[in-house]
Ligand binder design. Structure first.
Ligand code: NDP
Ligand code: MG
Ligand code: MG
Length: 330
């Protein structure tokens, strides 16, 4: 499909955080009419105004537009949908998500007259913006949940194209596949798996009497070199660059650490995701005011690897240590 044959809906972006800001800026630069919906007085309102957007309360922003992108944190989307979006979106408009969680697990049951689609960039908002600005794009996956107009697919492709995703790669998926694989990836491998692997490796070395500083370099700091090689050329490229000794150690010891038992437990994690147990627990945790979440988070922040890491990173003058907000805006 050529770019010129794609529709050009007017768009309201609700939420101006990591994804919201990048989507709003890229879509505007791609020629879409973009309004931003935010609760008045919230911390990101000033930013959206400074970027030159027409900012309205969500209930107002969604009223006249053809497409509403729901880009608030997942756990507040149901409330925002019920209070501001569902009562105000025009008949036959299109509702878009960047993660399928609320729709797939039934927290949001979108109005029958709406098209419901997903466009999820495979990268954080700052990268979505940066790649667009240099004429490239971040790959996007897209899906159609509900097609009332007969144009839901074209709307998803138009939005992904406006984000710059079509310059990279677009892959069709379903709400179920996107939601379950996204949760599994972040839990088993990316956030949960990787940080637990690093902490466990650090603990084993320190408990065996090695210096925490040395342990930090070996199991956390150097991980970046390995991940960069994965990113550039997969495991093949990592094997090209590390020593023969490192490769042999990888072959004989990797499978001793991540073994059939680990895979079995990964399947348990996946089962809890698929049958909704994880999401049910997370919704209840959020509703209860995050008591366990805060406790788990504090334990991670207090872990000895964080204490030694903070000290060592003070000497790494090349690091970008700017606060999250500033780093994302850069
Ligand atoms: P953020 O946490 O960055 O979103 C924060 C924004 O949401 C702020 O503008 C905030 O406004 C607004 N917001 C918060 N609560 C409300 C509310 N009650 N009413 C209106 N606006 C509110 O979200 P992300 O960008 O991380 O995630 C957005 C979606 O994108 C999620 O579905 C996520 O799963 C998905 N996604 C995220 C990726 C990422 O890299 N972060 C990658 C791919 C998908 P205020 O200033 O008022 O607080
Ligand atoms: Mg996710
Ligand atoms: Mg080494």
């Amino acid at each position: 499909m050529t770019q010129s044959s794609l529709p050009k809906p007017s768009i309201a972006i609700v939420g101006y955080g990591s994804q919201g800001r990048a989507h709003a800026l890229n879509l505007r630069d791609s020629g879409f009419d973009v309004t931003v919906g935010l609760r008045p007085g919230g911390p990101t309102e000033a930013k959206a105004k400074a970027d030159g957007f027409n900012v309205k309360a969500p209930a107002e922003a969604v009223k006249e537009v053809d497409l509403v992108a729901v880009l608030t944190p997942d756990m507040v989307q149901r409330q925002v949908y019920e209070d501001a979006i569902a009562p105000n979106m025009k008949q036959g408009a299109c509702l878009l998500f960047a993660h399928g969680l609320n729709v797939h697990f039934g927290m949001i049951a979108p109005r029958e007259d709406l098209d419901v689609i997903l466009v999820a960039p495979k990268g954080p908002g700052a990268l979505v913006r940066r790649e667009y600005e240099i004429g490239r794009g971040v790959p996007c996956i897209w899906a159609v949940h509900q097609d009332r107009s007969g144009k839901a697919k074209q709307l998803a492709l138009a939005y992904a194209d406006g984000l710059g995703g079509a310059r990279a790669n677009l892959i069709e998926t379903t709400f179920k596949e996107e939601t379950e694989t996204d949760l599994f990836g972040e839990q088993a491998v990316l956030c949960g798996g990787a940080s637990s692997l690093v902490q466990a490796g650090f603990e084993v070395l320190v408990e065996a009497g090695y210096q925490p500083e040395i342990a930090y370099y070996e199991v956390l700091h150097e991980l970046k070199l390995i991940v960069d090689l994965f990113y550039e050329g997969g495991i093949t490229r990592m094997l090209e660059f590390v020593s023969e000794t490192a490769q042999y150690g990888d072959y004989v010891s990797g499978p001793r650490v991540i073994d059939a038992g680990t895979k079995e437990r990964m399947r348990d994690v996946l089962k809890d995701i698929q049958d909704g147990t994880f999401t049910r627990n997370w919704v209840a945790e959020h509703a209860a005011g995050l008591p366990n979440y805060n406790r788990y988070k504090q334990a991670d922040l207090d872990h000895p690897i964080e204490v030694v890491g903070k000290k060592l990173r003070e000497k790494m003058v090349w690091l970008d240590n700017s606060p999250k907000e500033q780093k994302e805006a850069a």
